[in-house]
Design a protein around this ligand. Structure first.
Ligand code: ZN
Length: 392
């Protein structure tokens, strides 16, 4: 009975997902998008292993990259139709399949991979991995990877926990199986009966320039005919706004700085090192670097802080890094002062935040800085989320 129900049970389960989906980092941010002259760009990423896959050239993607992902498949009827649409539009997408459906439609999974798309792991039968024992959660992932391997000869590199329900334990289980977690940033809620128009609007409003953009849709739920109908328009919207389509593993994470770290207390005497947290808005699938430089504002290097320039390295799977800055006590100075943290020369990463104003609060000052003092300059109109990616 459950087996028969399996396919249609998924959308019902997904309904719970929006309520339960815990990660603030992946709630789509509502931003206004300026319409610009459409220039259609195509970046074709040749199929290769995740490690050797080349990063598409940034110059071709004025606003950055976007990945189209389809969950819960494959489906015997919808997935082949979707493959046709993607072929016509020349888009490579990523399919997060369940093991159960993979064994049901192995030929569809094979043709998905053959068509140049990525096939990734979405658990065996879509449970909350967080509520399972370590052993059962591990089996959900390993059985699915095995089914994908059997169908295609290739192992998946990523997994997406059903409902986005994840934890440190789930990620560590997956890591042991060589699977990296990949959630989403734009939830189209296509399974919930949204109209094509509404799906388009959700994507349009969710796109964030120079940030990680991962669009979530479904190709094996009751509402999938509407999803399929919406796909060409989604592709048009995304491209017209200057983004390129790449499979999830080719999406380059963006460097951001948490707003909470932009106000530092001046030591009462001597000097002290304060960490500034530099984050990626998604875990990086490959090693990436960025240069961090402290630049004078009203605070002067030498007198108020120690000015340095250094390369910040994010290892594979990493997303956070501390950049220490030494703040010097200045008994002469009164009032708050600021300097800039400048981020540039990114390699295998995108610069999300270019420049951040860092306020040194006067040791004598009794009150905390006002919100206005903390206003900084961002490279793009959207402020980054304050939660690390994949936060449970
Ligand atoms: Zn799902």
């Amino acid at each position: 009975m459950l087996r028969r129900l399996g396919l249609w049970a998924v959308p019902l389960l997904c309904v719970v997902a929006t309520v339960a989906a815990p990660s603030g980092a992946f709630a789509p941010e509502r931003i206004s998008v300026t319409l610009v002259a459409a220039r259609l760009h195509q970046v074709v990423v040749p199929r290769a292993t995740a490690a050797t896959r080349p990063i598409p050239p940034d110059f071709a993607c004025r606003k950055g990259m976007a990945a189209l992902t389809f969950d819960d498949g494959p489906h015997g009827r919808y997935t082949p139709r979707l493959l046709k649409i993607l072929r016509r539009e020349n888009v490579q997408a990523s399919f997060f399949v369940t093991g159960q459906n993979t064994t049901r439609y192995p030929a569809v999974v094979r043709s998905t991979l053959r068509a140049g798309h990525a096939v990734e792991n979405h658990s065996w039968d879509h449970p909350y991995l967080t509520s399972l024992s370590r052993k059962k959660a591990a089996s959900q992932l390993s059985r699915t990877s095995r089914a994908i391997r059997r169908a295609t000869g290739r192992s998946p590199a990523y997994f997406r926990p059903p409902f986005g329900a994840t934890s440190k334990k789930v990620r560590s289980i997956a890591r042991r199986q060589g699977l990296q977690q990949k959630l989403w940033t734009i939830d189209t809620l296509d399974w919930a009966g949204r109209s094509v128009k509404r799906i388009h609007r959700t994507v349009r409003q969710g796109l964030r320039p120079h940030r990680t953009n991962v669009i979530l849709m479904h190709d094996a739920v009751r509402r999938s005919p509407t999803s399929l109908e919406a796909v060409p328009g989604v592709i048009r919207e995304v491209r017209a706004r200057g983004y390129c389509f790449v499979p999830v593993e080719a999406v380059t994470p963006s460097v951001v700085v948490r707003s909470a770290d932009r106000s530092l207390a001046e030591p009462s005497k001597g000097s002290s090192v304060v960490p500034l947290h530099v984050w990626l808005d998604d875990r990086t699938p490959r090693r990436g670097t960025i240069r961090a430089t402290f630049v004078d504002g009203t605070a002067k290097a030498g007198r108020d802080y120690v000015g340095t320039s250094r390369t910040v390295v994010f290892g594979r799977g990493g997303y956070a890094h501390d950049v220490g800055v030494r703040i010097v006590a200045d008994p002469e100075a009164t009032g708050s002062r600021y300097f800039w943290l400048r981020l540039d020369r990114a390699s295998a990463l995108r610069v999300g935040t270019r420049k951040v104003k860092v306020v040194i609060r006067d040791a004598q000052a009794s009150s905390a800085p006002t919100q206005q003092q903390l206003v900084d300059e961002w490279a793009s109109p959207s402020a980054p989320s304050d939660s690390p990616p994949g936060a449970p």
